[in-house]
Design a protein around this ligand. Structure first.
Ligand code: G6P
Length: 606
């Protein structure tokens, strides 16, 4: 989604803005622009395309020596990616950048049309810019408070007023925004990596809060213009965590970070070989009487929920429903006070997941968020939070965030199962101990990289692929299929292996490769039968299976073998080759691996 950066200080503002925006590229975008002060005038440059296109345009222009300005990467929602629709928007008096969606922009446009304003773009953002101009009375704070009372929707805004060339204003409703505090220089940004090179200190702007940022001072105000004090945060990530560190792509780096990320996530939640979630606000026995669980999430996080469902139901014998957040929020779900709603989210800002959380709270259910980004909206609003400690995930295709989400689902499952009396303390300790061995086993599994690269070379020319599996392997194949399609643009679907013959098998020809996940001991024979069915119809089959499974040539053409671990824990290691196969297929196709087209890392709009 859109990225915002603002800078005021002694440095060359345009350089800082471009550098900051480059750290937000992972969020996904299709155009970019900046607005900076050239003495007392606002100077704007913007373009459709990548930051490199903006830089090229800047090279050809008479870029001013500026020390205050705002920048933006746009992910199109209203109006196609084009120069005109790119941000900043505004006029000579007030210019803005915006992240989010203004729901009542049509009404606003109509009103402003009536006031004689002419619109150039198709964006909702232009309505905010014009409304600011309409309300402008010489006092920016007054103007902003008047405008936000008329806006409906989600937004984070960076604003320049011509009459105040030494400052940036920022305001937030839903879409995330931070204010970075440096020495003699200050920043605004959509996310911490944009400012890490300059400072680790930042304020988290909350809903309906306004910031007034000059080089020397940062002041905060509430929606009524009253001065407020805010707490300063310090980022624990360092610059290296948000850089590629010698890897060609963030995605490969993040795949390799999985052993450490899982270890860092589980270690503080294990005491005496038993899961212990007290530091997350989950006291022993507090979830014992849960009637049902709902796991609500989007994309990869939802797939982590699918694995969680199988594991929790099998161990804790409690019913788990997994919902896509955008469906959950509109399906009038039957939730009650006795239910636990678990929200899984890397960013903690996904608009649909946030709306689902609010709905669950409204209906009285208890809510537990599994979140990677500290202080994010979902982490702050949920009753209980288990932070995953994956560090910053920059690649749009999620890898390490998935692994740590799974790890937390396992801890939750063990804990629920023990408290509900479904497993003994000994079994709980045994499972917890096995989970602690997983980081090492992921490391071992990373050695399949060469085989995965070879498999990718066989898949790269396909137009369409099927991923199949049963039980936990089916849940995992969903993630394998998503990884491949999102970064390599090869169509793929995941299918419950036993369901193939009820329709989808008609698609199978020698042009449709199949990836079969075969890790669940009790289901190996069943899945092998399904593999034979597709093989007999010409499909080339790649099997991801445990070491002990012997597969003959009439079953699989390529085999990726995994260390033998407890069936229930297999997804934690079997996901690795699925990630690597997707990665190498995308690399071989020459795709932009870390920034796939049309996708955004943090989806803050519906
Ligand atoms: C986007 C990203 C996915 C991610 C999903 C949910 O679609 O591209 O990688 O899984 O959002 O994001 P969240 O931050 O809620 O985990």
């Amino acid at each position: 989604m859109c990225g915002i950066v603002g800078y005021v200080g002694a440095k060359n503002c345009i350089d800082v803005l471009i550098d900051g925006l480059s750290k937000l590229e992972y969020r996904g975008y299709d155009s970019a622009g900046i607005a900076v002060f050239e003495k007392n005038k606002i100077w704007v440059e913007k373009t459709k395309g990548r930051l490199a296109d903006l830089s090229a345009k800047l090279e050809q222009s008479s870029r001013p020596d500026s020390h205050c300005g705002i920048g933006h990467t746009r992910w199109a929602t209203h109006g196609e990616p084009s120069d005109i629709n790119s941000h900043p928007h505004g006029n000579k008096r007030v210019t803005i950048v915006h992240n989010g969606i203004i729901e009542n922009y049509r009404e606003l446009k109509k009103f402003l049309d009536g006031q004689g304003y002419k619109f150039e773009s198709e964006t909702d953002t232009e309505a905010i810019a014009k409304l600011l101009d309409y309300y402008y009375d010489g006092d920016p704070l007054d103007t902003i408070t008047n405008v936000i009372q008329n806006l409906r929707g989600s937004y984070a805004l960076g604003i320049l007023f011509r009459d105040f060339p030494d400052r940036i204003y920022a305001v937030r409703m839903e879409s995330p925004l931070i204010v970075g505090a440096g020495k003699g220089e200050n920043f605004i940004a959509s996310d911490v990596p944009a400012i890490l090179k300059y400072t680790r200190d930042y304020y988290l702007l909350e809903k309906e809060e306004i910031a007034e940022v000059t080089a020397k001072k940062i002041c905060f105000y509430d929606i009524h213009g009253q001065h407020i004090e805010k707490e300063l945060n310090t980022a624990t990530w360092d610059v290296d965590a948000a850089e590629k560190g010698g890897y060609e792509h963030f995605m490969r780096k993040e795949i390799y970070e999985q052993p450490v990320a899982v270890k860092t996530t589980i270690t503080p939640r294990i005491r005496d070989n038993m899961p212990n979630l007290e530091e997350c606000g989950i006291l022993p026995g507090s979830l014992k009487d849960i009637r049902r669980l709902f796991v609500v999430a989007c994309g990869t996080a939802m797939h982590a929920g699918m694995v969680g469902k199988y594991v929790i139901e099998r161990l804790a014998r409690v019913e788990v429903t997994v919902d896509i957040a955008s469906e959950f929020r509109y399906r009038d779900p039957l939730i009650s006070k006795k239910d636990l709603v678990v929200l899984i989210t890397q960013s903690g800002e996904t608009a649909d997941t946030l709306a689902a959380l609010r709905l669950a709270k409204e209906r009285g259910a208890r809510t537990l968020a599994i979140v990677n980004v500290k202080g994010s909206s979902i982490a702050r609003e949920a009753d209980m939070v288990i932070y995953t400690h994956a560090g910053p995930e920059i690649s749009v295709a999620s890898t390490k965030a998935y692994s740590v989400q799974l790890a937390v689902m396992y801890l939750l499952a063990f804990s629920l199962a023990y408290e509900r009396g479904e497993i003994t303390r000994e079994r709980c300790m045994e499972l917890t101990e096995k989970l602690q061995q997983i980081p090492e086993q992921i490391r071992e599994t990373l050695q399949t990289e060469d085989v995965c690269q070879y498999v990718a070379s066989k898949l790269v020319s396909a137009d369409s692929l099927l991923y199949i599996g049963r039980g936990l392997d089916y849940a995992l194949s969903m993630e394998g299929s998503l990884k491949l399609k999102e970064i390599s643009y090869i169509h793929s679907e995941s299918y419950a292996a036993g369901e193939l013959k009820h329709g989808t098998i008609s698609l199978i020809t020698d042009l449709m490769p199949v990836v079969a996940v075969v890790t669940q001991s009790a289901l190996v024979e069943k899945t092998i039968s399904n593999m034979k069915e597709v093989k007999a119809r010409g499909a080339k089959v790649t099997a991801i299976c445990r070491q002990s499974v012997e597969l003959t040539e009439d079953v699989a053409d390529h085999v990726v073998k995994l260390p033998d671990v407890e069936d229930l824990l297999m997804p934690m290691i079997a996901v690795v080759p699925l990630q690597l196969i997707a990665y190498y297929t995308a690399v071989l196709k020459g795709c932009d691996v870390d920034k796939p087209r049309n996708l955004a890392k943090s989806v803050t709009v519906e």
